[in-house]
Ligand binder design. Structure first.
Ligand SMILES: *[C@@H]1O[C@H](CO)[C@@H](O)[C@H](O)[C@H]1NC(C)=O
Ligand SMILES: *[C@@H]1O[C@H](CO)[C@@H](O)[C@H](O)[C@H]1NC(C)=O
Ligand SMILES: *[C@@H]1O[C@H](CO)[C@@H](O)[C@H](O)[C@H]1NC(C)=O
Ligand SMILES: *[C@@H]1O[C@H](CO)[C@@H](O)[C@H](O)[C@H]1NC(C)=O
Ligand SMILES: *[C@@H]1O[C@H](CO)[C@@H](O)[C@H](O)[C@H]1NC(C)=O
Length: 315
């Protein structure tokens, strides 16, 4: 009886839907104004429910949120600004931002990100500002991480544990203007060369340029990335390693050995030939010098006699 008297389930559903569409709801403790929702410093441990669906700006700064639920976030298809600074987010996945493809501003700084899967930002082709600074357990970024964020102008990678970046992951970010790289343990090995050359020749604005330094190898420790391309080039292109020296030494030894064997063989052949020749001629080796002298004497005499004979003719 009471059911038929009060509002039915259909009405409930309708009002719920109206509430979502009209944006009349607001998460507990948060501030909703226009299309902006602000939940700054509310000790939230989870992504808040009841965020109006037409929200364009959402700030979840300074809370203790550990995950961004893709489903709920995906309802906010008009979202352009998302600030998650200073939370406890551990990972972003390929599908985390799949529904918020209009994002222009994304701040994930000061979280506890350990992994960013390669396609995490792949739908964010309008993204202009991205910060993943201050994520001390972030060790690695795939080279395809920024493959589709072609509108990116500001990228902040300060204070992570990144050791290396690949040039191919950045070469297509043609409108990138500002890049922050300080506070990372950069490993300046030969794989990094192409990227640091890119840093030097590009017109990128690097406000923390002289604080973005190599941590490894020991010989390049403290060198700013902006200046390390020359020594790295020397190390990687002209400088030979011990392995190269061993290789060269081995090649040299082979050439030397081959030469020695060839000379020895030639010598042997010459001696053998001479011996068989002598045997066939029946000559005694001791008589040879005498025979030579004899022959040359005869030649000399013969020539002088013929000369003597010829001179008078010419005169
Ligand atoms: C951050 O992540 C690391 C590694 O997963 C973990 O050991 C650490 O406890 C986390 N810190 C916080 C504050 O959640
Ligand atoms: C990048 O964007 C293009 C077009 O917007 C899309 O076809 C492609 O699948 C995206 N790449 C990834 C890795 O999602
Ligand atoms: C990076 O870490 C240093 C030292 O902990 C800190 O002073 C600096 O403010 C941090 N940078 C950013 C962008 O937060
Ligand atoms: C350089 O260091 C990076 C990061 O540790 C590593 O992935 C890469 O294989 C190294 N390259 C060379 C040539 O040692
Ligand atoms: C670089 O680091 C030094 C000391 O850590 C600091 O005083 C300076 O403000 C930093 N400069 C920039 C541009 O981050």
């Amino acid at each position: 009886m009471s059911l038929s008297a009060g509002p039915g389930p259909g009405w409930l559903l309708f009002s719920f839907g109206m509430g979502l569409v009209s944006g009349s709801k607001c998460p507990k403790n948060c501030l909703c104004q226009g299309q902006e929702v602000s939940c700054i410093g509310k000790q939230l441990t989870e992504y808040p429910v009841d965020i109006p669906l037409d929200t364009r700006r959402l700030s979840l700064k300074d809370n203790r949120i550990t995950t961004l639920p893709a489903m709920q976030l995906g309802l906010l298809s008009d979202l352009v600004y998302l600030d998650c600074q200073n939370n406890r987010i551990q990972e972003v996945m390929d599908y985390t931002f799949i529904g918020v493809f209009r994002l222009v501003y994304l701040d994930l700084s000061s979280n506890n990100l350990t992994s960013i899967t390669p396609s995490s930002f792949s739908v964010l082709s309008s993204l202009v500002h991205l910060s993943i600074a201050n994520n001390p357990h972030l060790l690695y970024l795939d080279k395809y991480t920024f493959a589709n964020t072609s509108s990116l102008r500001i990228l902040d990678l300060r204070n992570t544990s990144l050791q290396t970046l690949e040039y191919t992951g950045f070469s297509h970010l043609t409108v990138l203007q500002t890049l922050y790289l300080s506070g990372n343990p950069w490993k300046c090995n030969c794989s990094f060369l192409e990227f640091v050359i890119h840093l030097r020749v590009s017109l990128l604005n690097q406000p923390d340029k002289y604080n973005a330094t190599c941590a490894e190898p020991a010989g390049l420790m403290g060198w700013p990335l902006a200046e390390v391309s020359h020594p790295l080039q020397y190390m990687c292109i002209t400088h030979l390693t011990n392995q190269d020296y061993t290789f060269l030494l081995l090649i040299g030894f082979c050439i030397f050995a081959a030469g020695t064997v060839a000379a020895w063989l030639t010598g042997m052949c010459a001696v053998l030939y001479q011996n068989t020749h002598r045997r066939s001629m029946g000559d005694e080796p001791e008589e040879e010098p005498m025979a030579k002298v004899e022959i040359s004497r005869q030649l000399f005499l013969g020539r002088s006699s013929s000369d003597q004979g010829r001179f008078p003719e010419v005169i």
